[in-house]
Design a protein. Sequence first.
Length: 201
Amino acid sequence: MLGHPEKTAVLFVECQNGLLGEQSVMKAIADAAAPQKRMMGRLARGARAAGALVVHLTYVPVADNRSSNRCPPLFARVCDKLGHWRADDPAVQPIPEIGVGPRDLILPRHTGFSPTYGTETFNLLRNIGITHLIVAGISLNVALPVVGTEATDEGFTVIFPSDAVAGTPPEHAESILKHTLPFIGTVVPVERLLAAWGVEA
C-alpha cells in the first residue's frame, strides 16, 4: 500500500502562509500545527525524491472575497480577514517549510467549505494515474476527514501521516487520529512512509 510513489500524490491541505504562517487568520490552528511543520517539510522532500506528486490545495478567494461561503460559522468568523487575499498575495502561498517543487501542482479553490467537493482535484489526479492519496496538513477538525472521506468515495486509497497533520485542541486532534481517521484510511507516521519509499529527507 505504501510502496508505490509513482502512483501516489501527497495532498497538503491549506498549508499556506495565511493559515499556518506568522500572520495566520486562525492563530489556534497555526499554533497547533507549529510542531508538525518540520515533518510536513520532510514528507514533501521525501515525496519529491521518491517520485510521488506533491499537490498544494490552497484557498484563494476571488471577486473581492465575495466568492467565500459565509454559511459555515467558521468561514463567517474569518471571512472579513481574507479581504486582501489574491492569487499573488503571500497569504495564499504554501508555507516555506513545504515549499513548491518544480513538479508540484498548486490547485487553488475559490469557494466551498470542503477543499475538494466540486473541484477538479480527483478527476485530475485520476487522469494522471494516481491511485493513492496521502492527506496531510490542516485540519483534523473538519477538512482532513472530509477530504479523506470524499477521496475514498472516489475510489482512492487514503493514507494519513499522523505527524504531518494538525487540529485543535490537542485532545480532539488525538481523538480524531485514533477514532475517526482509521475508519477512512491508513494512519502511519512520516518515517514509515519514507522508509517504504526508500528515501531520506
